[in-house]
Ligand binder design. Structure first.
Ligand code: ACO
Length: 332
């Protein structure tokens, strides 16, 4: 008989950024832009781009190995892998299957989640529910993204915003009640998919010479609309999950928001009347790493000592879809 655990904790985190750093000045050599424009409009100073041949699953594997080491468990103890990505190595098989082999795990349940930049929070939600059922003991949750191949380096409004990277967390069942992932929520509104999308390469517009000539295999975005929606949905998701647990923003030690634009984070902090210091950010060094972003920020905040035992941490994200999600974690 399955026995639900008392709680699900984040037993260890890890992240990986590729070696190659691309500064705003480097971007200004590719498109008509400037360090000043990018910095003041987004907070980004530089981002990392994966090497040629370095895949999403390679970056995911590097982050996963660090998370497993931090959790201090044997890889044989992992029985579930969920990878959030919108830039898989290939349409199929899933990146999670490739990671299973590369990390050297057993023949465990492995699948991908596609919720764009909300992917890490969606994956945490799914994996923690599967652990809560009692059917699994230790899950590897990964957010990994190689955005650089889908960026249009003829479109200055999008190509300066994104970067590559990966993050991972080991979720484990625990007998200690009242700690770990207290809850997660998610939402989606698919009525305007073209606000942020990659039109070509799927079944709607299969890859062809014409689709490539029309640059349809690159990311397209209505930045202004996404900006407004991002602030609204992240505020709503944060307040909703706090309300569900009878808590307020004052109870939260640290907010880990999706890293898309510093001005989005500033607007969110202002609307929620929370000092900006309680929002972790690394946009200046990473840009927007999509599904990897929340996990990279979480790993960084923990390793910098910004998260202590007993702290309440709120993860919140939005992404293409539009999708959004939030997770509330009481650090064990
Ligand atoms: N360098 C120089 N000028 C630029 C650049 C650039 N890189 N990009 C745009 N501009 C120009 C525009 O062409 C425009 O010029 P014009 O007035 O002559 O037409 C001017 O700058 C202002 O452009 P806006 O679009 O009004 O600039 P805005 O202040 O809105 O900032 C930005 C644009 C940074 C994209 C902002 O809207 C934003 O961050 N939106 C949210 C994007 C986001 O978060 N996306 C990720 C979603 S998550 C996911 O799921 C992948």
């Amino acid at each position: 008989m399955l026995r639900p655990p008392a709680s699900i904790i984040i037993a260890g985190t890890g992240s990986y950024l590729p070696e190659k750093v691309v500064t705003n000045d480097d971007m200004a050599r590719l498109v008509e832009t400037s360090d000043e424009w990018i910095r003041t409009r987004t907070g980004i100073r530089e981002r990392h781009f994966a090497a040629e041949g370095e895949t999403t699953s390679d970056m995911a594997t590097a982050a996963a190995n660090k998370a497993i080491a931090a959790a201090g468990i044997a890889r044989e103890e992992i029985d579930l892998i969920v990878v959030a990505t919108m830039t898989p190595d290939m349409p199929f098989p899933s990146t999670a299957c490739l990671v299973q082999a590369k990390v050297g795990l057993g023949n465990v349940t492995a699948f991908d989640v596609q919720a764009a930049c909300s992917g890490y929070v969606y994956a945490l939600n799914i994996a923690s529910s599967m652990l809560q059922s009692g059917a699994y003991k230790n899950a590897l949750v990964i957010g990994a993204e190689k955005t650089s191949p889908i960026l249009d380096f003829q479109d200055r409004t999008t190509c300066v915003l994104f970067g590559d990277g990966a993050s991972a967390a080991v979720l484990s069942t625990s007998a200690q009640p009242g700690v770990g992932i207290l809850g997660s929520i998610g939402g989606a509104d698919g009525s305007n998919p073209e606000l942020l999308y990659q039109p070509g390469g799927g079944t709607a517009i299969p890859a062809s010479v014409d689709s490539i000539d029309a640059r349809q295999h690159f990311l397209k975005m209505n930045g202004k609309e996404i900006f407004k929606l991002a602030v609204r949905v992240m505020e709503q998701a944060s307040l909703q999950i706090l309300d569900q647990h009878g808590l307020t923003t004052k109870d939260v030690a640290l907010f880990i928001p999706h890293q898309a634009n510093m001005r989005i984070i500033e607007s969110l902090a202002k609307r929620m009347k929370v000092p900006l210091e309680r929002f972790h950010n690394n946009l200046d060094r990473c840009g927007n790493t999509s599904a990897a972003s929340v996990g990279i920020a979480l790993d960084e905040a923990f390793r910098q000592g910004r998260i202590q035992s007993g702290d309440l941490v709120l993860l919140v994200a939005f992404g293409a879809g539009l999708t959004w999600g939030a997770s509330l974690v009481k650090w064990h």
